[in-house]
Ligand binder design. Structure first.
Ligand SMILES: NC(=O)c1ccc[n+]([C@@H]2O[C@H](COP(=O)([O-])OP(=O)(O)OC[C@H]3O[C@@H](n4cnc5c(N)ncnc54)[C@H](O)[C@@H]3O)[C@@H](O)[C@H]2O)c1
Ligand SMILES: [Zn+2]
Length: 672
């Protein structure tokens, strides 16, 4: 594969996992694997700067804000942090800093809290609004939910406008308590405290959020009208005096050695904290020096996050079992002698695939080193060969599917061993679970156990059969009853009217998550047109990569999939895209032609374009008499001259962001 293709493939993969992680709070791979994809991409881009794509995820922060929430354009962009993994990385950082500012540098070292980043705005001494980071420029308005967090002050003394940033988290004890409750109720467990905090805060119903014992640590004053501070530590003390719960144990250090010592101390002692930290953040203390250093597209140059190495323990592999996933992939998992790691008892580790097992030479009964690094499932780091006794058993991937007994295959160029039997019950079951899930058809009352019952009783054989379920079919099932049966039938019926993207996501096309589904629904008028689309049609869609396009084509080639779609159509399930005129963002730029030119200081071109288009405006590239206004950045050049000639208003990014926050078209006109 050429370097460029590999780069594009990595971008597709990273975008896919970003969507899962940031928007659905359901990561599919571990942070370790994710970070490796990212590192590979960064390396390719550094070595081949001419190939680097402007929309590369290495330029981006977080995920797109979800449109189920109101969107907020941040007053100050909410950025991410660059990473350090070793003392050497920190010394390199120190050197970069010293090269940029002349003179002494003081650092503040803080906990890196493992939670969800939020920005809080206060005006006239009152909490006004709060938002998630989103893509760094636009976040989700979660004010109501934040108000349920008891440690967020609703009133402060300071009556100038201030914006603070902090991390909403859940303490270890409550995390375990809630997971225990989930387990008892047969619900899915939360992978880590970050996931739980994020999932709780992004509920549409704040009553649900209120039930979760969330907490917050504030770690930065982002903006303070008429407030002047010399240093970050001074501003943290100010925040404390205003009643904010400022992240504790921060330390001002004069030398990088002191920074490293302090980090070492917490590497050893973090287990004693009652909340989870995944590293330490090192920041330049002097605010003037920060200004000199500035920002990259993704993060400030004056700060770095040191990530703790994963905690590792020795244990024994008792067995290796396999499971069949929704796409037929057979995944091996190690069953471990339980061991405590990073605060939880661990009894499974993912083994990924056949090659992984072979490369690491993993056998049943081996003693292995396992680790967990903010990960979902722990991993096997290595086999401790010295402890082999001769009782070890080699593991072979099954030649037959453990569920349907059809022969398994490993396709050329793929690492996965698969069951490709389209009627394999394991695949069908997972497929149905996905189809009804919250981000797909969102059918209430169809838990995993009920789906299993429906399949076992042969009431359904595929997702389309759901639509012929009658109350009589289900009322007598275990744990059903009159009321649940009624509700279930109602909720199935209701789902027929869902937006097209829900159906597309529900079909479970590989690599096409919610985001991909939305792109398809936005660009085609119906499922039929998507089925007819060519590879070229698909690859030309913005943010739709090669892997996704290929996967869509493959999916609709399959006769069986087309049959299910026909059945769904006959059942009356909506197959048409709606015109997207009815979303919640006010159409304040409706009918306006806005020209984008030059490089903006913080917004990327696509972001600016999206802000314009989501508000009903048209982003164009050439200035004419009909242009409403020009948004100009640095080196705007000839378009600027033309605008001036024609007497067309030119605004900068700050003014544009202010405009974007307005509520009506009239307000925009009045402010131009
Ligand atoms: N598993 C997956 O599929 C997947 C997908 C995407 C991202 N990720 C993981 O997420 C991470 C990237 O996420 P990110 O962009 O949020 O970066 P990050 O978590 O590495 O660091 C930035 C965040 O740290 C937080 N923070 C906590 N304490 C802080 C303090 N004292 N000062 C400043 N900031 C503080 C901030 O909120 C900020 O948003 C990566 O490590 C990656 O592994 C995983
Ligand atoms: Zn099978």
């Amino acid at each position: 594969m050429s370097i460029e293709n590999r780069m594009n493939e990595l971008i597709d993969l990273i975008n896919y996992h970003n969507e899962k992680y940031y928007n659905q709070d359901e990561p599919e791979i571990s942070d370790f694997e994710y970070d490796n994809l990212m590192k590979e991409l960064i390396k390719i881009e550094e070595e081949n700067p001419e190939l680097k794509r402007i929309d590369s995820p290495t330029n981006r922060v977080g995920g797109k804000p979800l449109d189920k929430f109101e969107q907020i354009v941040h007053k100050i962009p909410m950025l991410s942090l660059s990473n350090a993994y070793s003392g050497q990385d920190l010394r390199d950082f120190d050197k970069r800093v010293r090269d940029m500012v002349n003179g002494d540098v003081e650092y503040v070292v803080e906990f890196k809290i493992d939670g969800l980043s939020v920005g809080l705005t206060y005006n006239d001494g009152v909490f006004e609004k709060g938002a998630t980071r989103g893509d760094g420029v636009v976040g989700e308005d979660i004010s109501k939910n934040l108000m349920t967090v008891k440690t967020i002050p609703l009133k402060i003394e300071e009556d100038n406008e201030i914006v603070v940033r902090g991390e909403v988290y859940i303490c270890k004890e409550n995390f375990h308590k809630i997971n225990a409750q989930q387990e008892e109720a047969g619900l899915q467990l939360f992978a880590n405290p970050r996931n739980l905090a994020a999932g709780s805060l992004r509920q549409l119903d704040s009553k649900l959020t209120a039930k979760r014992p969330l907490d917050i640590f504030i770690f930065n004053l982002e903006h303070g009208e008429n407030l002047e501070f010399e240093s970050h530590s001074e501003s943290l003390e100010f925040l404390k005096s205003q009643g904010f719960k400022v992240s504790p144990n921060y330390k001002v250090c004069n030398k990088i050695d002191e920074v490293i010592d302090y980090i070492e101390y917490w590497t050893k002692n973090r287990g004693n904290l009652d909340f989870e930290i995944d590293g330490m953040v090192i920041k330049v203390n002097n605010l003037k020096q920060r200004e000199v250093m500035g920002y990259t597209a993704k993060s400030p140059r004056w700060a770095i996050a040191y990530k703790f190495p994963a905690e590792q323990k020795k244990t024994k592999i008792i067995d290796i079992i396999v499971e069949v996933g929704r796409t037929g992939t057979i995944t091996p998992t190690a069953v471990l002698e339980p061991v405590r790691l990073a605060g939880t008892s661990v009894s499974r580790a993912t083994l990924h695939n056949e090659d992984y097992i072979r490369e690491k030479d993993i056998k049943i009964n081996d003693v292995v080193l396992v680790q967990k690094a903010g990960d979902i499932i722990p991993q096997v780091v290595e086999v401790i060969k010295e402890e082999r006794t001769g009782d070890e058993l080699a593991f072979e991937m099954p030649k037959k599917c453990p569920v349907c007994s059809e022969p398994t295959v490993r396709l050329e160029g793929e690492v996965a061993v698969k069951c490709i039997n389209m009627s394999c019950p394991a695949q069908i079951r997972r497929g149905i679970i996905h189809f009804v899930s919250r981000d797909a058809m969102n059918i209430d009352g169809l838990g995993e156990s009920i789906i299993t019952l429906l399949l076992n009783e042969k009431i359904i054989e595929d997702v389309a059969d759901l639509y012929s379920i009658k109350k009589e079919d289900v009322v007598n099932l275990e744990r059903m009853g009159d009321k649940s049966a009624n509700n279930l039938v109602k909720s199935i019926k209701k789902s027929k009217e869902n937006d097209l993207w829900r159906l597309i996501n529900g079909l479970g096309i590989k690599f096409v998550g919610v985001k991909g589904a939305k792109i398809l629904a936005k660009n085609f008028d119906s499922l039929d047109s998507i089925i007819k689309a060519s590879f070229e049609d698909l690859i030309n869609l913005e943010e739709f990569g090669e892997i996704m396009a290929k996967s869509v084509i493959e999916f609709f080639k399959e006769e069986k999939n087309l049959n299910v779609i026909d059945k769904l159509k006959n059942a009356g399930v909506n197959m048409n895209a709606e015109d997207d005129s009815n979303n919640d963002i006010p159409k304040i730029f409706e009918g306006m032609k806005i020209v984008l030119t030059g490089t903006l200081p913080t917004l990327k071109r696509n972001d600016a374009k999206e802000i314009i288009e989501s508000r009903g405006g048209k982003a164009t590239s050439s200035v004419s008499k009909s242009t409403t206004f020009v948004l100009a950045g640095e080196e705007a050049g000839s378009k600027l001259t033309k605008a001036n000639e024609l007497g067309i208003k030119v605004i900068d990014e700050n003014q544009f962001i202010e405009l974007a926050k307005l509520e009506t078209k009239e307000d925009v006109k009045n402010n131009l």
